[in-house]
Design a protein around this ligand. Sequence first.
Ligand SMILES: Nc1nc2c(c(=O)[nH]1)N[C@H]1C(S)=C(S)[C@@H](COP(=O)(O)O)O[C@H]1N2
Ligand SMILES: [Mo]
Length: 382
Amino acid sequence: MPRLPRAPRLEDFRSPVHGPQLTARLGVWLGSMFLVCFVTGLVSHVQQHPLPFLTLPPDPSWAYRVNEGLHVAAGTACLPLLLAKMYAAYPRLFERPLLGGPVRALERGSIAVLVASAFLQVFTGIANVAQWYYFGFFFTTVHFAIAWVAIGALVVHIAVKLPLIRAALTRPPADAESTSESLTSARDRRWFLGSALGVAAGAIGLTVGSAVPSLEGLSALRSRRPSTSPDGIPINKSASSAEVTDADTGTAWRLDLVGPGGSRSLSYQDLLAMPSTTVQLPIACVEGWSAMGTWTGVRVRDLARLVGGGGRDVRVGSLEQEGLYATSTLPAVYADHDDTLLALQLNAAPLSQDHGRPARIIAPNRPGVLQTKWVTRLEVLA
Ligand SMILES: Nc1nc2c(c(=O)[nH]1)N[C@H]1C(S)=C(S)[C@@H](COP(=O)(O)O)O[C@H]1N2
Ligand SMILES: [Mo]
């Protein structure tokens, strides 16, 4: 009678790739990328949802662009690093006892939570960049919540493993290293680590062109291509998908101004008659793509002053009727900034319908989602 094969044991995995030397080094890289994602993610969150006591400043105007580019690049690098680390560590699944005492149970549990939350973050993030909403939940809220779970599990994981990490990252004495066996093992590990880092760097290179114009040609997997987009800026949501019609944005269009000093209704001609300003500012989407534009229009500050505003928050309303991005609020420091415009032109031509005709918000250091298009109302808040 044939004997059943026994289940593998930890000792059966002999490759030098499986072991603390490599998992610790991969962990340093993966942990660093994670930290970049976490910090830039927090910044992005505060930019999109300013707190009464914490509004990030409008200068420098490129900060959000860089922040978001870093967030998506570091997140992209996490996928190959995560897979490499899983491969290096998976024989541990065959270590017995499965749970053991409380410290080991904590260690196992934190890893399970960490792995699950890390994959969830990477997959939802990449899906969002690709605008593939296969999941039934609202991306932003879930991605933000799981980030806290992941960072919590990571802290526990590092704390529990610290002695092991220390030992693995400290070089053994020279004579202990010099057998030919250990030299080959060290070489194999270096090769594996180098390959994992190479794939991670490659993944960044293949995608980062959505935000870095000079790398656009290299980035075969970029999500957007600014150079061939209308006016050099990709279109996030088209007028037709926002159900904004040509009739809405034609001669019948009005800008309603509401404030503590009363209300006004301006035509497009009225706006053209006001002092105009031209600024160079990027649109930087949360999805990581960004592109520079030259915008001409009327300062929001000047418009707010027509209805007794100035020094206050301004709520922006769009012709778009529904959806989360139909309205946005400019915090007072943004509304009063010299470069915050109700833009009428992009690159010296009237705005195209899809870029927000006849008027849209453009402000420095502001997430793309808040650069409201097809504006029809500005309300100075009390
Ligand atoms: N009314 C309205 N404005 C909007 C949006 C929208 O869905 N509705 N999308 C925003 C997002 S997510 C981005 S990134 C920018 C992109 O501007 P663009 O399409 O002109 O490049 O517009 C913003 N303005
Ligand atoms: Mo966006």
